[in-house]
Ligand binder design. Structure first.
Ligand code: NAD
Length: 347
């Protein structure tokens, strides 16, 4: 049997906790350390924090320097924030300890898109310390970028791409409701977009930059728009109530242009309980080229489950990768890690 890959899980929230539980099912992966800042987690056994009904012999710490030892850890999974800039101190610390890293921060899926100087710093630092760093997740990282790129694999030419992800926000917590403007009035939504408190989806510049780079579409400008999805009916989740006339979600569009030509259009309407107005969820990719390709996945690929899955499934590929900052288009395609051969695809 292969030697398990030793993982430090940093961030034990909805995603990080789920990844940790998933890793416990994988014989090729061993969790050797866990970091989180929450006072109610620090000092507890990871098994108790995850609620798996057994001790795991790993104590959660808020002192990453105590556990970032390359003799003991092959890779760190960071599940703490959406923003590259905010994560930089942690990323520097992991890389300078000589340890590989996967981040699910949306902006880390292609940091060159919005933070080219930070992307260069990460790439240089990773090469200097002989480690690899990857940003991934369901979206950005998979549905509206890697899947699009992969589907174009048999095309002779591509004129234009339009892809959309219609999803249900109901399972998410208060932070997501706030950043999507759910439960506000249309006026408050407009004000929130203007002052930056309502952001909609994080990841369009990254996805568009990645698709354009992979195909050579030459996108030189990206524009985004965010409109309120106004509910006609009463909708409710444990965290928010939406009455008719109020905002149930955010219809966010990102467009990549080459000169005046629209070459990539990504559409992501996100709302709570879309079925209450007969809206099905789904992922749709349309490639206009030779040949024309239309793909529909209904319902949507479940976001939380798939984020945990992709981050964990990429672990062996990041450990085996050459040094530097990587995007999903740079590494072997993700596949469920079900047996030994899955761990050895780029060794
Ligand atoms: P969450 O709020 O449930 O969990 C975050 C956890 O990280 C918390 O337990 C918090 O205490 C801990 N934390 C934050 N900063 C820390 C730090 N510096 N040191 C130690 N612990 C720290 O969030 P979540 O739902 O697990 O998501 C995590 C991030 O991943 C979010 O920003 C989310 O937007 C992003 N995300 C990306 C994708 C994608 O497709 N790329 C998908 C899902 C989530």
């Amino acid at each position: 049997m292969m030697k398990p890959i030793r993982v430090l899980q940093w961030g034990l929230g909805a995603m990080g906790g789920g990844m940790a539980r998933l890793m416990l099912e994988k014989p090729g992966i061993q969790i050797v350390a866990a970091v989180d800042g929450r006072p109610d987690y620090v000092g507890k056994d990871l098994g108790a924090v995850l609620g798996v009904g057994k001790q795991l012999g790993v104590t959660v710490t808020n002192q990453p320097e105590a556990v970032l030892k390359k003799e003991n850890v092959d890779i760190v999974i960071l599940a703490t924030t959406s923003w590259t800039k905010e994560q930089m101190p942690n990323l520097r610390q992991v890389i300078m300890a000589g340890i590989n890293c996967i981040s699910i921060a949306e902006e880390m899926s292609d940091p060159e898109a919005q933070n080219p100087e930070l992307a260069k710093e990460l790439d240089d630092l990773a090469k200097q310390h002989c480690v690899s760093v990857l940003g991934t997740g369901v979206n950005p990282g998979f549905v509206l970028d890697l899947l699009v790129v992969t589907l174009s694999g048999g095309c002779h030419s591509v004129e234009r791409i339009e892809a959309s992800r219609v999803n249900d926000l109901s399972p998410y917590g208060p932070t997501v409701m706030k950043t999507q403007g759910v439960g506000t009035t249309p006026e408050a939504f407009k004000a929130g977009v203007a002052d930056g408190s309502i952001v909609g989806h994080v990841g369009f510049p990254e996805s568009i930059h990645m698709i354009s780079a992979a195909l050579g579409l030459g996108v030189d400008r990206i524009e985004q728009s965010r409109e309120p999805i106004i509910s006609k009916v009463h909708r409710e989740t444990p965290h928010v109530v939406v009455e008719p006339g109020m905002v149930a979600g955010c219809a966010h569009i990102g467009i990549g242009y080459r000169g005046d030509k629209e070459v990539i259009k990504l559409v992501h309407p996100q709302q709570i309980h879309p079925h209450l107005e007969n809206q099905d969820t789904g992922d749709y990719i349309n490639i206009y080229g030779k040949p024309e390709i239309h793909m529909a996945i209904k319902p949507e690929i479940a976001g939380g489950i798939a984020t945990m899955g992709i981050a964990v499934n990429m672990i062996p590929h990041v450990v085996a990768a050459s040094a530097g900052l990587k995007r999903m288009i740079d590494l072997p395609t993700p596949a469920a890690l079900m047996g030994e051969s899955a761990y050895r695809r780029n060794v």
